[in-house]
Design a protein around this ligand. Structure first.
Ligand code: M6R
Length: 611
């Protein structure tokens, strides 16, 4: 969480930084701040959004060719002007932006307090910049050396960028655990938490690694590790279109991303699936395909929506590959001394590739000898880089905090992996394999058809927009979809929502049902259809309001449910890719009608880089 931007070069820094911060606002929007070198080192910062900060700075103060900026998701200290970044050191000569958490900040702070330092904010970040200054003063060393020495004593996660009034043309940056990308332009450099603020200016980037410190001065980039050993920057070419990070005429990124799914799922399939030829190639897992075929079990680690995609994968891997799968919340897995055997396969699923818990779970698995694979969206992200192998989902940048196209991309890629492994293992017949490949190829078109229900779903949203609670029920492959539907509703509309396996309802949640309770039931035509029909009857008997997502042509459900949303038929293993679409749209419209900030829901951030 938190977005950071830096610039040094021939342009005016302010517009580059403000635009960059707006692109990174999905990472946190509690406060925003900028430091510029304008008649000395000056910091402007304010609670609220980047747009609040813009109105607050006067034009003449903005001239500078170097600067840093920050958009905050609060960890230490409430969102206010004082806790906003950048933070000054005690002398006012250093300013720093930070994304991450300094875990040992209180002991470092105590040492500094004993030396007479005073702190204005409650943040761990202000402690770090004072710690750097203290070392610099004591050792009479360069800024980068002081940063290096400080970081050897710091525990936690950080991506930082520091400016110094004494060295007005220099930026010093470092990372451990939080992402930092350096854009290399002609006579200019950009720093950012991800590539979106950079892509407009250059497509040449360097992804800083953990324990690396970058110094940018006099048009040169010098990177060393915390042992002071220089490394040669590895410049990569970005594969990102500017339009992919803009709203493109949609009112919100979330809506754009929902509507992009026919294309994003096609992009996930492209170059991998050719159903006519019976080809399914996943270059990213070539080396470990045999390991997967022979695996005694697979552990999936993920958080949030990615965890739901993992649950869908569990069903498909177990059904077709006959490999036991455990789907773990990364945050629980890493802290509960899990049993990991040498050769176990651990798959991480992550849109951002930066989720701290997922990353730490993978590191733990790796340290115990597991093979670690990734299903990730963000190219070059930390998870993508630490995994042994993996497959990108190629969904393109997802900016809306509520994950939509990443879910369908993850499920698509995991489905391809499972089918490939099952066929290779011999647990899936050639006929069935081909049948599933052919069906998989039709999914983008069927998602498109599901999107055509938008107006109808908007109407249903208008009926339920004032609900206080909502229950989502599904069985089999549609159970994770029920969880995902509930998560979408609660995170953007702030309506309390629960997802449940439909059969579990009678073990407790049924007590909640009355005429005030909307119940979204995913009741598509599959092997548990008859069972879920009974569950709908149970809801109706208690006067619950049923919104049923059904397969086109369903004759029974329209007689029972209050509202019917008909989606195209597909194989039940692939249905989550379609049945989730109406639930995404329903949440979106309800949130908009309630006046919620859909793309930036309260208290949330897109990329959860704190534990
Ligand atoms: O980037 P990741 O996929 O690792 O993120 C995991 C969760 O933080 C994320 O899915 C979150 O739950 C979303 N807000 C859900 O819409």
């Amino acid at each position: 969480m938190c977005g950071i931007v830096g610039y040094v070069g021939h342009r005016e820094a302010y517009p580059v930084i403000v635009k960059g911060l707006k692109r990174l606002e999905y990472r946190g929007y509690d406060s925003a701040g900028i430091a510029l070198m304008n008649k000395g080192l000056t910091v402007y910062k304010k609670k609220g959004k980047v747009s609040d900060l813009e109105g607050f700075i006067k034009e003449e103060q903005l001239k500078s060719h170097i600067g840093i900026g920050h958009t905050r998701w609060a960890t230490h200290g409430e969102p206010n002007d004082v806790n906003a970044h950048p933070h000054f050191s005690a002398s006012g000569k250093l300013a720093m932006i930070h994304n991450g958490i300094i875990e040992n900040y209180s002991s470092v702070k105590q040492d500094l307090l004993n030396k007479g330092y005073q702190f204005k904010s409650e943040t761990d970040s202000e402690v770090l910049i004072n710690f750097v200054e203290d070392i610099k003063n004591k050792s009479q060393c360069s800024l980068e050396e002081a940063v290096r020495l400080a970081l050897t004593q710091i525990v936690g996660a950080y991506a930082i960028v520091i400016m110094s009034e004494d060295e007005p043309n220099k930026l010093v940056a470092a990372r451990k655990g939080s992402p930092l990308v350096i854009g290399v332009g002609k006579d200019e450099f950009f720093l950012a938490s991800d590539a979106t603020p950079i892509v407009e200016y250059t497509n040449e980037v360097v992804y800083l690694n953990d324990f690396e410190i970058a110094v940018i001065e006099d048009n040169k980039l010098d990177i060393r590790n915390t042992q002071d050993i220089p490394t040669t920057p590895y410049i990569q070419t970005l594969d990102m279109e500017l339009e992919s990070i803009e709203k493109g005429g949609y009112e919100h990124f979330m809506l754009k991303e929902i509507f992009e799914q026919p294309k994003s799922v096609s992009d996930s399939l492209r170059g991998r699936l050719n159903a006519a030829k019976g080809h399914l190639v996943l270059g990213g897992i070539r080396e470990y395909a045999n390991t997967l075929v022979n695996a005694d079990r697979i552990i999936i680690v993920a958080c949030g929506t990615s965890w739901h995609a993992g649950l869908v994968a569990e069903y498909i891997f177990e059904e077709y590959c006959r490999i036991p799968v455990e789907v773990e919340y990364a945050s629980e897995f890493r802290y509960r001394n899990p049993i990991i055997r040498e050769g176990d396969v651990v798959i991480a699923i992550s849109q951002s590739g930066e989720t701290a818990d997922t990353l730490a779970a993978l590191e733990l698995a790796k340290s115990k000898g597991a093979i670690i694979l990734g299903v990730v969206n963000t190219v070059g992200s930390s998870i993508a880089r630490i995994t042994d192998e993996g497959a990108y989902i190629h969904a393109g940048p997802e900016i809306g905090v509520a994950s939509t196209k990443a879910f369908t991309g993850q499920v698509t890629v995991l489905t391809m992996i499972a089918l490939r492994i099952a066929f290779r293992k011999g647990t899936l017949s050639k006929t069935k394999y081909h049948e599933l490949l052919v069906e998989l190829e039709t999914i983008p078109g069927k998602i498109q058809k599901a999107l055509e229900l938008n107006d109808q779903i908007k109407y249903i949203a208008s009926i339920y927009k004032d609900a206080k609670n909502c229950l989502y029920l599904g069985r089999g492959y549609n159970f994770p979809v029920a969880l995902e539907g509930a998560l979408k509703l609660k995170e953007i509309s702030y309506i309390h929502a629960e997802g449940y396996p439909a059969a579990e309802m009678k073990h407790g949640p049924i007590a909640l049902i009355d005429e005030e309770m909307p119940v979204v039931v995913i009741a598509t035509h599959d092997s548990s259809y008859e069972k879920i029909v009974s569950n709908v009857q149970e809801v109706k008997a208690r006067k619950g309001q049923v919104i049923a997502v059904v397969t086109e042509g369903d004759q029974l459900m329209p007689k029972m449910a209050d509202h019917i949303i008909e989606v195209p038929a597909t194989h039940e293993a692939l249905m989550p890719l379609i049945s989730v679409i109406p639930l995404q749209l329903l949440s979106y419209h309800i949130a908009v009608m309630r006046g919620c900030n859909v793309d930036q829901p309260r208290n949330l951030a897109k990329s959860v880089t704190v534990e």
